[in-house]
Each structure stands twice: as structure tokens, then as C-alpha cells.
Design a protein around this ligand. Structure first.
Ligand code: ZN
Length: 242
């Protein structure tokens, strides 16, 4: 049977305090910690399943599942490892990964994940640390808690990374690589997304327009445009007489 990995997305969507300050570069936007944690958790599950693992979300949904419920869920399911996804606060910057003090397997797991998480986007390396955190202490299996950056770093550069799709994806894949290393499982690369075909420049004075659909209902047009955008194409909505 495939190895089971328990994934913990840190907090509830509305957990008080767990958010960035207002980011003026984003028009005053406040990013909740769980916005990042949840996306990484979801992509980590996809990556791990691609590599042959089974996954278990110990806190599905938006509620702030108690930590004791999270660890009990992982223990009951006999997960082989427990991964807790967080974004730090306190005014520092950089990435750090925790294990339970004295847990040699937890330390190896944390080290394996941390090594990969340091790759990609350059960040300050705060190292692998031990801490008596509840999710590390109450889990029967090796556990690692990753702080991928700071929500309140000076300049709020890391705070802004929390909604950067490239950084979110990279964080999940790096974590999966670390878990693969720890379990000596071969990491399987994600299937590359096929880029849209190059656009041939129009002959001067002539434009070749590709029309993808025409709808009476604006909502249907918007849905198609969104699907095209997600597939990597440009899509604009114009109107004409029916
Ligand atoms: Zn957190």
C-alpha cells in the first residue's frame, strides 16, 4: 500500500491575527496566512499523489480545526509522516523548518524538506530548528513544520510572495521533493503545460481574428474567456448586434 502523508494547512481561513499587514503595493490588500497554506497543501497533495503517495488532509474546509483534532486524525490513519504548512510572523525574513526536539526521524524529514525549500526563489536560510510545537509533539509519526516566509517581513516582499502562483507552486513541489528524498521515493516531475502556439504576425492592414464563441448571456461569454485565459490564450469580450 502506498505511503500515507498527513497534510496540515496550519490555520482556519479566518483565524484571528494570522494575516499580513495591509500591503500598499497591493492597494491595501491583507493576505490571510491560510490563503497561502491551503494552496500549497492542495498542490502538495497533487505532487505527492503523482509520486505514488497517498495523502490525508487533517484539516479540510475553512474552519480552524483544533490542533488536537489534526494530530489525532493523522495518528488514527497511521500516516507515515506529518507535514504542517505555515507562514511566519514576527518581523523577520526567510524560511525555517521545525522538528520535535530529540526526534531523529523528524529531524531527517525536516532537513530533507528544508534543503529543497531553500532552492528556487532566493530567501534567507534560517535553518532547521527544533521546537515543542503541539503538532510535532502529539504526532506519532515523523513530523515537520515549514515556515515558508514571513507575513510581516521588512518591505513585505515575502508577504507578497504568498499570492505569487509561481512561489506557491514551487513551495509545494520542493516540499514534495523533500518527502520523496526522506522516503527514498523517486520524485516525478509535473507534466509540462503546453504553451499556446505562437501567434503569426498579421500582414499589414489585415487582421485574422479567431472567434471562439458568441453568446446571448454575458456570463457564458465570461466563462469561456476565463477558460481560454486559463489555457494560456488571450481572450477579450466585445459586443455586436445579434
Ligand atoms: Zn501559521
Amino acid at each position: 500500500m502506498a505511503i500515507l502523508i498527513a497534510i496540515d494547512d496550519g490555520h482556519g481561513q479566518e483565524t484571528s491575527g494570522k494575516r499580513t499587514p495591509a500591503i500598499s503595493a497591493l492597494g491595501g490588500r491583507v493576505i490571510r496566512e491560510n490563503e497561502f497554506n491551503r494552496k500549497v497543501a492542495d498542490l502538495l497533495a497533487i505532487a505527492l499523489q503523482r509520486c505514488g503517495f497517498r495523502t490525508l488532509f487533517v484539516a479540510p474546509g475553512n474552519a480552524d480545526t483544533p490542533l488536537s483534532t489534526r494530530t489525532a486524525t493523522a495518528n488514527r490513519a497511521n500516516a507515515a509522516a506529518y507535514i504542517s504548512i505555515h507562514y511566519n510572523a514576527g518581523g523577520g525574513e526567510g524560511v525555517e523548518t521545525y522538528h520535535y526536539p530529540g526526534s531523529s526521524s523528524g529531524k531527517r524529514l525536516a532537513e530533507a524538506i528544508h534543503w529543497h525549500v531553500k532552492q528556487g526563489t532566493p530567501q534567507k536560510d534560517r535553518g532547521v530548528k527544533s521546537a515543542n510545537f503541539q503538532v510535532l509533539r502529539e504526532t506519532k509519526m515523523p513530523a515537520a513544520l515549514v515556515e515558508y516566509g514571513f507575513m510581516d517581513d521588512p518591505g513585505l516582499d515575502e508577504a507578497r510572495l504568498m499570492i505569487d502562483p509561481k512561489f506557491i507552486f514551487e513551495s509545494a513541489e520542493e516540499t514534495a521533493k523533500g518527502i520523496c528524498d526522506y522516503f527514498k521515493v523517486k520524485y516525478v516531475e509535473p507534466k509540462s503545460v503546453t504553451p499556446p502556439p505562437p501567434v503569426t504576425p498579421p500582414v499589414e492592414g489585415e487582421l485574422f481574428v479567431v472567434q471562439a464563441g458568441a453568446f446571448k448571456d454575458k456570463k457564458n461569454a465570461e466563462e469561456l474567456a476565463e477558460r481560454l485565459k486559463q489555457a494560456g490564450f488571450d481572450a477579450i469580450i466585445t459586443t455586436k448586434k445579434a
